[in-house]
Design a protein around this ligand. Sequence first.
Ligand SMILES: [Zn+2]
Length: 184
Amino acid sequence: MSRDQAEYRPETRPVYTLIRKKMRNIRLRVDVPSGELRVSAPHSTPVWRIDAFVASKRDWIAKRRAEIARRPPRLEHGYEAELCRMDLDEWLDELMPAWCERFDIVPPHVSLRIMKSQWGSCRAMTRRITLNIELARRGYDLAEYVLVHELCHLFELNHGPRFYALMDHHLPDWRERRRRLGPL
Ligand SMILES: [Zn+2]
């Protein structure tokens, strides 16, 4: 029995959904918000090896699940989302003119939406910024950070050195705000 096989104890390994793919390595993903474990593995990897791999990641999986459980539930369309939209609108009434004056630009078009995978986006060509309504639940200065990030994209399309130089110049504490905001 190889070492990997010796480590395989079904009762100690988290349950997972297996997806076979053309790939090199086994990959784990803890789904948000369900906490379900999804494992992708190459077609040739035997199941006992996948089981052993999953078992060896038990602590990481538990940590990810705890993080996910601590998150507030996702914002859904409805009453709370409308309240959030109103808050964000009010903040933007103040933030947008102030920042557009600072950047010396005409205010771009802004839409507020529930976004699944981003805090905001910017289409520089059409000068349209979209902000995630969820930002209203994260607070004024984190919403400000995302707004400034998207405004910087009007000048720099990519996240290159010039983009970060703009951020550093205009919002020196943006890294700290990004850390507080975390991933969506
Ligand atoms: Zn960006």
